[in-house]
Design a protein around this ligand. Structure first.
Ligand code: COA
Ligand code: AMP
Length: 625
């Protein structure tokens, strides 16, 4: 069947379609119910029992793949290279699962994983899955307060961490960050397991902290078998930025997730057993969860775990080196990474310096791929460049060019067509579908396919308010866009206060909340402005409290530091301007969209409800400088 038939069938008969796809997974009890109506969202494979770790590891070992490479560690920071076969990765994971059990971690207990790109991070995720515990991975670039918020949200019994991460030119000591987070958090885990890295070993706190390597060596601890897990049980919680300062804990189930990823690996990424996928992201993001860890392993393929950057570690050929060294078939990264490489190596001399002949496709996601970057990469690498659009909430692509099903013509600037299972609609302000080439809010008609969010952790109302209320019967993506007459989508960006900085999803609302805590600040706004390298960068504007006479540069430096301390380096807020006033409507709403349009040099629409049009004129110089 080609794309069109599959797509039509997936919408006409979701039960039949996904029931068939579920056969790619080994179930302890195969599901008889494929889709059951439940509020607020239907559930997939409700009576199925499986184990995600078993599907990612054990079954490949049992089926003759014990010696096949599962995970290749490639650190551009330390030079480390290590290949784990499926049998080896299973052995380590089962032992770590035994460690967690010995520490009292039971099914449904939460475990926070706060680790850099080291194999132990992958083992930790899989070990949780093995015993039916729920993991919540926290990205290393966040500050203690963000980590604390996630600790209080997930209430983990155990935290698995590492002593440090490695950023170019600096060692990021994780343990003091963890310590500060624990001081701020209300919840206290029973134990912290720490991977000691030689670059900055941590001082462990007696009674609470345990050495990862020591536990793994303990002969008293037995490996744990793969537990029976209900398909609808949560596999993980992944916090992501919403419009408010408080991150949302996206909940992923086990059964739908395994089925969806097996399907995506085959139909979208065209990767199967014996083939190598290199996803240059981070385990802390959804791309890392799905296509560094679970997807490639469920597919029985080989995944590359890369520690380093696209440039500067040591050069702009770092990705091509990985491709050449490990025979990578599919490379998946963010467009920003390609822009960074192009900036340093515009003629792609470093592509030519490596044998990239194994590479068949470059996949890009996390932000829009601009046609210029797509064309450059396609020409220099000599492979199709496939933009795919999705979000933490969906867990796998909503729109893509399905390389394993029916490769279609690529239109630069478009992530191609809706993936089977996703009834994508562009809606007008009245909630009705608009015609081709007409801009609107992108929504997905319910039911969402398997693998998409099962809820918001301990906040069912937020699930409804954030995603289901705006357009009854639809999931609201928060992105705006258009569909053309051929059914190709173009994503025009977020319609809310979420921004994408270097492929990292951030909330301007969270940054505003931090700026507002400064004693000199009366009012503030943070907007995302266009940036050549990072796609978008945040810019802050503050109005001083009356009577404050601070030096603007000094204040700006303090505010930048405050955001770094409270949210983390990853927020990448570098510029804050002091202004006389912010443009507002008569009802007091700050006109962020107008500010953004002016900053981006677009024809700004100034609403008629503006309180004082002169404020916009006064701001214009600051915004465009
Ligand atoms: N741990 C600790 N700090 C981190 C971090 C991590 N895992 N990741 C990033 N940071 C820090 C950086 O060191 C930097 O700190 P600095 O302000 O002291 O320099 C800051 O966060 C901002 O990082 P970033 O926005 O990534 O900018 P950069 O200039 O360091 O790197 C790129 C620019 C383009 C090379 C980099 O952003 C990149 O590789 N992007 C691809 C993103 C990606 O893969 N996204 C995943 C979604 S698919
Ligand atoms: P995240 O949840 O971090 O994956 O971020 C999801 C958001 O990133 C989406 O809602 C989009 O705004 C943006 N995004 C991700 N992939 C793409 C893409 N291929 N094209 C355009 N925007 C994208």
């Amino acid at each position: 069947m080609g794309y069109r038939e599959e797509f039509d069938q997936s919408l006409a008969d979701p039960r039949g379609y996904w029931g068939e796809q579920a056969r790619a997974i080994d179930w302890f009890r195969p599901p008889e119910q494929v889709l059951t109506d439940e509020e607020p969202v239907p559930r997939w494979f409700a009576d199925g029992i499986l184990n995600t770790c078993y599907n990612a590891l054990d079954r490949h070992v049992i089926n003759g793949g014990a010696d096949a490479p599962a995970l290749i560690q490639h650190s551009a920071m330390t030079g480390a290279r290590r290949t784990y076969t499926y049998a080896e990765l299973l052995e380590h994971t089962a032992k770590l699962a035994g460690v967690l059990r010995a520490l009292g971690v039971e099914r449904d207990d939460r475990v926070i994983i706060y680790q850099p790109m080291i194999p132990e991070a992958v083992m930790s995720m899989l070990a949780c899955a093995r015993i039916g515990a729920i993991h919540s991975v926290v990205f290393g670039g966040f500050a203690p307060s963000e980590l604390a918020a996630r600790i209080d949200g997930a209430e983990p019994k155990v935290i698995i961490s590492a002593s440090c991460g490695l950023e170019p030119g600096r060692v990021v000591e994780y343990h003091p960050i963890l310590e500060k987070a624990l001081e701020r958090a209300d919840h206290a885990p029973e134990h912290c397991i720490v991977v000691q890295r030689e670059q900055a070993p941590a001082e462990l706190k007696e009674g609470r902290d345990l050495d990862f390597a020591q536990l793994m060596r303990s002969t008293a601890i037995k490996p744990a078998p793969a537990a029976d897990v209900a398909a609808t049980d949560p596999l993980y919680i992944l916090y992501t930025s919403g419009t408010t300062g408080k991150p949302k804990g996206i909940v992923r189930d086990n059964g739908g997730h395994a089925v969806a990823l097996a399907y995506a690996m085959r139909t979208i990424y065209d990767i199967g057993p014996g083939e190598v996928m290199f996803t240059a992201s981070d385990v802390g993001w959804v791309v890392g969860h799905s296509f560094i860890v679970y997807g490639p392993l469920i597919a029985g393929a080989t995944t590359v775990l890369y520690e380093g950057k696209p440039v500067g570690t040591p050069d702009a050929g770092a990705f091509w080196k990985v491709v050449a060294e490990h025979g990578v078939k599919a490379l998946f990264t963010a467009p920003t990474a390609i822009r960074a490489i192009r900036k340093v190596d515009p003629d792609a001399e470093l592509v030519a310096a490596h044998d990239t002949s194994s590479l068949q496709t470059l996949f890009l996601a996390g932000e829009r791929t601009d046609p210029d970057t797509l064309t450059w990469a396609g020409e220099k690498l000599g492979v199709p460049v496939v933009d795919n659009w999705w979000q933490t909430e969906t867990g796998w692509p909503i729109a893509a060019n399905l390389r394993g099903l029916e490769p279609m013509p690529i239109k630069p600037g478009s992530p191609s067509v809706p993936v089977p299972g996703y009834d994508v609609a562009v809606l007008g302000p009245d909630g009705e579908r608009v015609g081709p080439d007409t801009e609107g809010a992108i929504a997905i008609r319910l039911p969402l396919p398997p693998g998409t969010l099962a809820g918001v952790w301990r906040d069912p109302q937020r699930m409804i308010d954030s995603y289901l209320k705006a357009y009854p019967g639809y999931y609201s993506t928060g992105d705006g866009g258009v569909i053309d007459a051929d059914g190709y989508l173009t994503i025009l960006g977020r319609t809310d206060d979420v921004i994408n900085v270097a492929g990292h999803r951030l909330s301007t609302g969270a940054m505003e909340a931090v700026l507002a805590t400064h004693p000199a600040v009366a009012e503030c706004a943070v907007i995302g402005v266009a940036d050549e390298l990072k796609g978008q960068v945040p810019r802050g504007f503050v109005v001083l409290k009356e009577g404050q006479s601070v030096e603007p540069d000094q204040l700006a430096a303090e505010l930048v530091q405050l955001v770094r301390d409270e949210i983390g380096a990853v927020a990448a807020l570098r510029r804050v301007d002091v202004v006389a006033a912010l443009p507002k409507t008569r009802s007091g709403k700050i006109l962020r969209k107008t500010m953004r349009e002016i900053a981006d040099g677009k024809d700004a629409v100034v609403p008629s409800t503006i309180e004082d049009p002169a404020v916009v004129d006064d701001l214009r110089d600051v915004l465009t400088s």
